[in-house]
Ligand binder design. Structure first.
Ligand code: UDP
Length: 244
């Protein structure tokens, strides 16, 4: 099992992309349903205000550090995380392995029409991936048992859930025991990126840790929740400098 690094209470797995990928592929042969989340600094701050979310995150089988901020905080705190492992890059890497071993996916999340578009684009880029079902993410509680039946009937090995954080993590935690998929992963806006309804920041911004700036420019309405980024760095510095 990977070493856990505690970042403000969230026990992140100290994995490289390759190790995270191997973990997922191994998970396809396990009996238990693996729960995988991709916390960034915003989610870690949310978890510090929401004990239920903190417990949900720490009950995962794999928590990968999705963001330059989380890796930087680990360095400041002297508990070096090996590298950033973003959710979207992990999903792309899983899809890349399908030329060696076909894997079946169910896509849950995004506005109506979005998971369909994402499926078409994924299939054109990764023809060996099997998308065995999809459902949009704007459903009522009454629809959940039907959706779970659809997912189980599809016999998908991997369920990608993009309902936004923390909704997707709480949904997965609540329903994992009803699901037959081997791996269930919270993927946030990844489904929109595959569908082409959202874009990733350019590579130089993703590499230099300025992805947050791109998101702020594209979606200024996110500024309130993005205030968690400076709060996260302040909390990190307070811990480092032992200021209560
Ligand atoms: N979403 C959804 N159902 C909901 C709320 C959000 O399917 O009830 C989808 C939304 O359409 C988007 C994704 O969740 O595709 C991520 O949303 P957001 O950008 O708010 O979350 P983040 O990934 O930044 O946490």
């Amino acid at each position: 099992m990977p070493e856990k690094i505690d970042i403000h209470g969230v026990k992140i797995d100290n994995v490289t992309m390759k190790e995270a990928l191997d973990f997922v592929i191994e998970g396809l042969n396990q009996e238990t349903t693996y729960k995988i989340y991709t916390p960034n600094s915003e989610i870690i701050m949310q978890a510090n205000r929401d004990p239920e979310l903190m417990a949900v995150l720490n009950d995962a089988h794999l928590l990968v550090p999705d963001g330059a901020g989380v890796v930087l905080a680990s360095k400041i705190l002297g508990r070096n995380l090996k590298q950033k492992v973003s959710g979207i890059d992990l999903v792309k890497n899983i899809l890349n392995t399908t030329h060696r071993r076909p894997i079946s996916f169910f896509i849950l999340g995004g506005k109506p029409g979005v998971p369909e578009k994402a499926s078409i684009n994924i299939l054109s880029e990764y023809p060996k991936a099997k998308i065995v079902g999809f459902h949009h993410g704007y459903f009522k509680d009454d629809d959940v048992s039907d959706i779970i039946k659809q997912i189980n009937d599809s016999r998908a090995e991997i369920l990608l859930v993009g309902l936004g954080a923390p909704k997707q993590e709480k949904w997965i935690h609540k329903h994992a025991h009803e699901l037959n998929a081997k791996v269930v992963m919270g993927v946030g806006g990844t489904i929109d990126v595959f569908a082409g309804t959202a874009t990733l920041a350019p590579e130089f911004m993703r590499k230099s840790g300025f992805e947050w700036l791109y998101r702020l420019i594209k979606q200024p309405s996110r500024y309130k929740r993005m205030m968690d980024l400076p709060r996260f760095m302040l909390l990190t510095l307070r811990k480092k400098l032992k200021i209560k």
